[in-house]
Ligand binder design. Structure first.
Ligand code: GLU
Length: 314
């Protein structure tokens, strides 16, 4: 929520010079990668709060769709979202059919997120087609995971009614549900490594199911925001080989209502400290300053543009 707070001195005078702009970043569940990413961004931004007068805070939320909807209603100033969901929101397609959100703005496309399907080994699920008639968690309403998993399943000709259960647990609840056999598998679209998958792999034997073949190739061809991706082997207990899938980018977004100063400050804080930023999460290991501008599906925010221009990145 946008709040400008004037600090009242001990004498009771309002000191406008102390006016602080609070910005809140909507993220995702606490075992995902959005939440620590919001934390990493705010940590760098708050280093400069004295000079910049911008103070950054993080909120754990239901994910991409929730974040965009709440930026629109001005409950959030910024949020993390999947590039496909950003595209759909800006263009008014998919979940946002007929409601294009033209004030949505990109700040940076931070890291790749991979469509991940985790199955218990005992379920015997080895490919996406095997989910028919099984208990599958699609993630909570408002998540990008749920929106994109449904698009993927549709490509395979699978609808919710073809599943024994189309669950709406939050990603953080899925590992326990998998261990307790309440579900046979779950989707999570996330940057790796994620605490969520560590939880799953440490509590029950899992398989990460490859998402490959003609159907996915078709999706990638059809939509500009999907690309092939790999979950590297060795990140999780029992998963030693790379697993092929496809993915999107995790994008920090805001709106034309978010101040140019705040967005400029955030962009600058990350880019001026890029090497330290990259060390804050292993999902950032391969990112570059240039890659931050790849996979944006809504126009850049003026505050971000200003800083990229100053740096010769645009
Ligand atoms: N991509 C997921 C979503 O929008 C969230 C991933 C995360 O929390 O890191 O639902």
């Amino acid at each position: 929520m946008k709040k400008v707070v004037s600090v009242v001195s001990m004498l009771g005078f309002v000191l406008p010079a102390f006016a602080i702009e609070f910005v809140t970043i909507g993220t995702g569940g606490v075992t995902g990668t959005y939440y620590p990413t919001g934390g990493a961004v705010c940590r760098l931004v708050n280093k400069y709060k004295k000079e910049s007068k911008v103070r950054c805070g993080v909120e754990s939320t239901g994910g991409s769709v929730y974040n965009i909807n709440n930026i629109k209603s001005e409950e959030l100033d910024l949020g993390m979202a999947q590039s496909d969901v950003v595209y759909q929101a800006y263009q008014g397609t998919g979940k946002f059919e007929g409601k294009p959100y033209k004030n949505l703005r990109s700040v940076m496309a931070i890291y790749p997120e991979i469509v991940t399907f985790v199955a218990s080994q005992r379920s015997g699920i080895r490919k996406i087609e095997d989910v028919k008639g099984r208990k599958i968690n699609l993630d909570n309403f408002g998540s990008g995971t749920r929106a994109t998993s449904k698009i993927l399943l549709k490509e395979y000709g699978i609808v919710e009614d073809d599943l024994k259960l189309a669950g709406s647990l939050r990603a953080s609840e899925a590992p326990d549900a998998l261990r307790d056999q309440k579900i046979d598998g779950y989707f999570f679209i996330v940057g790796h490594p994620a605490a969520n998958l560590k939880d799953a792999a440490n509590s029950t034997p899992i398989r990460i199911v490859p998402i490959v073949g003609k159907k996915v190739d078709g999706l990638i061809k059809k939509y500009p925001y999907y690309a092939k991706g790999v979950i590297a082997g060795g990140l999780y207990k029992g998963i030693s080989q790379d697993v092929e899938s496809f993915g999107v980018k995790a994008v920090l977004v805001s709106s034309t209502n978010t101040s140019e100063h705040a967005v400029y400050t955030i962009t600058k804080a990350i880019l001026d400290n890029f090497d330290s930023f990259k060390k804050l999460h292993p999902a950032y290991s391969k990112i570059t300053k240039k890659s931050l501008l790849e996979g944006l599906s809504a126009p850049l925010h003026d505050g971000a543009k200003k800083y990229y221009k100053e740096q010769g990145l645009l």
